[in-house]
Design a protein around this ligand. Structure first.
Ligand SMILES: CCCCCCCC(=O)SCCNC(=O)CCNC(=O)[C@H](O)C(C)(C)COP(=O)(O)OP(=O)(O)OC[C@H]1O[C@@H](n2cnc3c(N)ncnc32)[C@H](O)[C@@H]1OP(=O)(O)O
Length: 209
């Protein structure tokens, strides 16, 4: 095991707070604000819709062809900037930020707002599954042997609160040929809300070129 690091090792992309990252942060705000406002809001929603559509028209007008964008997204090695969990370029990413620990596990903290609500005041179970699937995948990457999810078994121990700091962890447990076993959890206030056991199979789809 390596000597203790002063800084945790970054395993996911950090927002640059400029360019598309800044626009994505603003869009995340819009998504949360729309849900907060609702139809009973005094805001002029027709005008809001027109302005948002104008923004989308502007983006579409200047976007590269989709196949070129796919190549760009997957150029270079290492961590992605576009995934739906950690990606600073992806508006639907909360985003979760993961770091690698010296014990071989990965960990991140995140607080989720209204767009991720399932039961009243609590996180949707599918969102928890999304966070854990990705975190287990990053844990495999950190451990040195990664693959695609073949099975993900979740146990929902207690409701996962919105608006509170959640800790998401992942750790590779075993590798047997192409089969990789990984586990993880989401905890709030020190209590496990969701735990996950994953089976991953070493398989890698080709990057667009
Ligand atoms: C760093 C970034 C992190 C990102 C993390 C995100 C992770 C994801 O979300 S990946 C996307 C979701 N997953 C998928 O779409 C996977 C779709 N499924 C597949 O591609 C394939 O079926 C896959 C990969 C599961 C198996 O691949 P394939 O090469 O066909 O495996 P195959 O040769 O049939 O089986 C290999 C072994 O695994 C076993 N196996 C395969 N699938 C399963 C399964 N679901 N359950 C149990 N065992 C399985 C087989 O029995 C076989 O075992 P053995 O060697 O003992 O005979």
């Amino acid at each position: 095991m390596t000597a203790a690091r002063e800084q945790p090792l970054e395993l996911t992309a950090i927002s640059h707070n400029e360019g598309v990252d800044a626009a994505v942060s603003a869009a995340r705000r819009v998504i949360a604000s729309l849900l907060h406002a609702g139809d009973g809001s005094a805001a002029e929603m027709k005008e809001v819709a027109d302005r948002l559509n104008a923004v989308a028209d502007h983006l579409d007008e200047h976007a590269p062809a989709m196949d070129q964008r796919m190549v760009d997204m997957w150029s270079g090695e290492g961590i992605t900037r576009h995934d739906p969990v950690t990606g600073p370029e992806n508006t639907i990413a909360p985003p979760l930020h993961l770091t690698g620990k010296d014990d071989g596990s990965v960990e991140g903290v995140v607080a989720l707002g209204l767009p991720y609500q399932g039961p009243p005041g609590h996180v949707h179970g599918g969102i928890s599954a999304l966070l854990l699937d990705h975190t287990l995948g990053v844990a495999n990457h950190w451990a040195g042997q990664s693959g695609m999810t073949a099975e993900l078994t979740l146990r929902y121990h207690r409701p996962t609160p919105l608006f509170e700091q959640l800790t998401v962890t992942g750790e590779q447990i075993a590798v047997d040929g192409r089969k990789i076993r990984t586990r993880g959890a989401i905890t709030a206030r020190g209590e496990v809300c969701v735990s996950a056991d994953g089976l991953f199979i070493a398989k890698h789809l080709p990057r667009p070129r």
